[in-house]
Ligand binder design. Structure first.
Ligand code: ATP
Ligand code: MG
Ligand code: MG
Length: 548
């Protein structure tokens, strides 16, 4: 079900096609390769690619690689992997750096037209002279340099004659404009830095506001979609298209960025978590990155459904993180096999089950999806159950195991707790139970009822497993400075437990997904799983108090 509901951008596209303003739509997704993509980017990706799909247009993936110091090929590769994994394929793969020469030539054109000048002011002086919302800015003393002098200086900037920060090329627009973005914005800066694609060919780099419209125009992008913080930059976008005499005239449209509760959506902060070792890597399952969500166990289908559901608007909003959880539960409900895992094992010996004997029991793979069939699980004299499925002195309404009580073992028999074995410190280390062969699951036994059903795995054949449970990476309080940000980190965002899964899980591969009875959905961690140990990441627990 591709066709998502309407939104204002779709209406614009549809009108533009109908009126003949454009013959075909072209969109682009323009990440800067300075980090891994996050869930906010997934919204932009889904929007751009689905728009083009729906109206039979094209979408380019364009790396906005104009800031060499922060960019890296590692990010370029990770971004491509993430876009493809989400289920989208771009028409052309482009880099802003492909256009450096053309951008330079267009800047020369601006100088020739008297629309740009080289300024010697420092960044700080320029900031001071830019004015404020209520005060016009002041002209730079270099604003009226002649064309020849500007051409010469700009050529020397390119040739590497100046140090970083010594000169910039500025647009000559209007220092009194009520829109501060039009107060002679910088178009080029000097940066003697190695670029991940152009190497040391350049030591001047175009600014985003200059590079972006030119890149769009060169690619024939018709609808250049970005987030609302660029709304005030649109007049500059249009100015660049016009004054640089670009043949194609793309238009910029803005939508509200995605915000999710308890989730940081900024590469800068995410990078800080990686650099400080707070998380393992960009794809740590606690990260709101696409790769982190993938490793946690999210599916592309769930992320795309989420992006469609939240829709596209110009109104600021924060989406409840439980909405993401809702979509992954929905997606896995019928897909994921349901098996049993014991996260915190307690050994149970079934004293009346013959030693050395075992049997195979039938278990449904998914009670809601019969097509998934049944599997066979071993049962014998020793099993593991969950530690908190037993209490020595239970409160009333506790229906699981306690001395003298009988419960149902899921897919197996009723067992009754006869004896509690403790170690020297008084910790419960083993239970001795009896089972009733009459009560076999599926046998139609109705002789008596029990209130509790608990899960288990056969001890002799159980496969050791590690379970990683996650809590939000950030505590709730707000803070803006970097220090406060690091103070907000939740020290308990990861809990690791050692337990067991059913024997057939030996074959589980990285990214396989399961529902563990009563525990929720889990994903096989592709990085930490080894032949000796299967590592599971919890995607989401089973219940939520929230449905959209
Ligand atoms: P960050 O602020 O996290 O570093 P960014 O905006 O600098 O993100 P870019 O790589 O420049 O990251 O973004 C690529 C595209 O993704 C842009 O069009 C941007 O508007 C869009 N985008 C980024 N964050 C969000 C978000 N939270 N919601 C929707 N779109 C987003
Ligand atoms: Mg950016
Ligand atoms: Mg940003």
């Amino acid at each position: 079900n591709k066709a998502s509901s309407s939104n204002f951008i779709k209406n614009i596209v549809s009108d533009d096609l109908q009126s003949g303003k454009v013959a075909e739509i072209v969109t682009r997704f323009p990440p800067e390769p300075n980090g891994y993509l996050h869930i906010g980017h997934a919204k932009s990706i889904t929007l751009n690619f689905e728009l083009a799909d729906e109206f039979k247009g094209k979408t380019n993936l364009r790396f906005d690689d104009t800031n060499p110091v922060k960019e890296d090929t590692e990010y370029v590769e990770a971004i491509q992997e993430d876009v493809r994994w989400l289920g989208f394929e771009w028409d052309d793969l482009r880099f802003a750096s492909d256009y450096f020469e053309e951008m330079y030539q267009r800047a020369v054109l601006l100088i020739q037209k008297g629309k740009a000048y080289v300024d010697d002011l420092s960044a700080e002086q320029m900031r001071e002279m830019r004015g404020t919302l209520t005060q016009p800015g002041q002209n730079s003393p270099h604003r009226d340099r002649g064309v020849e002098e500007n051409l010469d200086l700009f050529a020397r900037m390119r040739a590497g004659e100046f140090k970083d920060g010594e000169r910039v090329l500025r647009a000559k627009i209007d220092m009194a404009s009520p829109n501060i973005n039009l107060r002679d914005p910088a178009l080029y800066r000097i940066a003697h830095a190695h670029h991940h694609r152009t190497g040391n060919a350049w030591c001047i780099y175009p600014m985003y506001d200059y590079a972006h419209p030119i890149g769009d125009a060169i690619e024939g992008v018709t609808h250049s979609i970005c987030t609302l913080e660029f709304e005030d930059h649109r007049p500059l976008y249009d100015w660049v298209i016009e004054e640089c005499e670009m043949a194609d005239k793309p238009h910029q449209y803005e939508f509200a960025r995605l915000n999710v509760t308890n989730t940081i959506m900024s590469k800068r902060y995410l990078k800080m978590l990686v650099d400080k070792g707070v998380v393992e890597s960009w794809d740590d399952p606690r990260m709101p990155t696409i790769s982190g969500l993938r490793r946690k166990g999210f599916t592309p289908e769930a992320l795309r459904a989420f992006c469609r559901e939240i829709g596209v608007s110009r109104a600021y909003s924060v989406v409840d993180e439980r909405m993401l959880e809702f979509f992954i539960r929905e997606d896995l409900k019928l897909k994921a096999p349901r098996t049993m895992a014991v996260l915190q094992p307690l050994k149970v010996v079934i004293t009346n089950y013959p030693e050395g004997q075992s049997e195979l029991l039938d278990a449904e793979n998914n009670a809601e999806n019969e097509a998934m069939g049944i599997r066979q699980i071993p049962f014998s004299r020793e099993i593991y159950i969950e530690q908190d499925d037993f209490m020595e002195n239970p409160p009333s309404k506790y229906f699981r195991l306690f001395p003298g009580n009988e419960v149902r073992l899921k897919n197996a028999y009723f067992i009754k707790c006869e004896e509690v074995v403790k170690d020297a410190n008084g910790n419960v280390v083993e239970l001795r139970c009896t089972y009733d062969p009459e009560t076999k699951s599926g046998s139609g036994f109705t002789g008596r009822k029990v209130k509790g059903t608990i899960h288990w795995v056969d001890a002799s054949q159980a496969v050791p497993a590690e379970f990683r449970l996650f809590e939000p990476l950030l505590l709730d309080e707000e803070g803006d400075s970097d220090k406060e940000f690091l103070d907000r980190i939740n020290p308990e965002s990861l809990t690791t437990l050692q337990g067991f899964v059913e024997p057939n899980m030996k074959e589980a591969k990285g990214q396989d997904k399961f529902q563990f009875f009563r525990h929720g959905y889990f994903n096989v961690d592709p990085k930490h799983t080894s032949p000796e140990l299967v590592v599971f990441n919890r995607v989401v627990s089973l219940k939520s108090s929230f449905d959209p």
